[in-house]
Ligand binder design. Structure first.
Ligand SMILES: [Zn+2]
Ligand SMILES: [Zn+2]
Length: 288
């Protein structure tokens, strides 16, 4: 008879479902500019980002995702397209634990070329509902374990010289103070084939994020990377370097999504045709 430890290890499968993404998979789910993953470890269920709030409930129902069973809610950063569905989850789930960097709750703005700004942070009513309905709130400055085997990175050190935050993002309405995205974080866990990484928007830079996760996991191979890579406004140099580093890091699977941008997505698919896979809303993948 297998020992408890062996049985436990045998059961350690993690199922990832994409509930919200800019595209939908044709199964009745709807698309929305945003990102939201469901994580089911068998022992616990967690939600990583929540989209804007329009597609979450509909898609979760179609996919059979039990939002009311979310024990943890993790936010990759404070933008509205990741936090908009938070109120829905907090109302459905029973006082889930919330994991977010403190800076995710700051006001955030985007500015256009004419200097006009618009608020793109967490809507005020949602921040209020976190205070009212969340169980414990964990401010994830540092790497933090959510559940076995799932971790969130906390602040991601900027070590590359070719990655910026990928857009005109500010902390003030006047567009003076740059948003350093201290809140930007990724989720990761170990599978039998290597580390699996889920990205929100990767405003810290997808390569900075992957290098940090490699450092945290003592150089373990990266098996899969899924989510937003925010390469929409990437320079030629950044794109070339990103492909160069991805070649070196060599993940087996690349599921670029959300804010990666269509041009960057085409380049990634051309460079890594054997590794790339689409991950629209409705996608589910099991890692063991
Ligand atoms: Zn963002
Ligand atoms: Zn986003």
């Amino acid at each position: 008879m297998a020992s408890f430890r062996q049985e436990f290890q045998m059961r350690k499968k993690v199922k990832i479902s994409v509930i919200v993404e800019n595209t939908a998979g044709g199964d009745g789910t709807i698309s929305e500019h945003g990102m939201c993953f469901w994580i089911d470890t068998g022992a616990t269920q967690a939600i990583f980002d929540t989209g804007q709030g329009g597609a979450l409930l509909h898609n979760a129902r179609i996919m059979g995702v039990p939002l009311e069973q979310a024990e943890s809610v993790i936010l990759s950063h404070g933008h509205f397209d990741h936090t908009g569905g938070l109120k829905t989850v907090l109302h459905l789930a029973r006082n889930p634990k919330v994991y977010a960097h403190q800076a995710a709750f700051q006001p955030k703005f985007a500015c256009n070329e004419y200097g006009q700004s618009r608020a793109i942070g967490m809507p005020a009513m949602i921040e209020k509902s976190v205070r009212k309905l969340a169980g414990d709130i964990f401010f994830t400055t540092r790497p933090t374990q959510i559940a076995d085997p799932v971790f969130v990175t906390g602040e991601i050190p900027r070590v590359t010289d070719f990655e910026d935050t990928g857009g005109p993002f500010f902390l003030d309405e006047g567009c003076i103070e740059d948003d350093p995205f201290l809140d930007d974080q990724a989720l990761f866990f170990e599978s039998s084939k290597g580390i699996v990484v889920l990205l929100g928007c990767a405003h810290a830079g997808v390569i900075n994020t992957l290098l940090y996760i490699q450092q945290l996991t003592h150089g373990k191979p990266i098996h899969a990377v899924m989510g937003g890579m925010h390469l929409l406004s990437a320079s030629r140099k950044r794109m070339d370097k990103t492909i160069e580093y991805l070649t070196r890091i060599n993940p087996d699977l690349l599921g670029s999504a959300h804010c990666t941008g269509s041009e960057a997505t085409v380049e990634l698919w051309e460079a890594f045709s054997q590794k790339c896979f689409p991950c629209p809303a409705g996608t589910s993948i099991e890692f063991d």
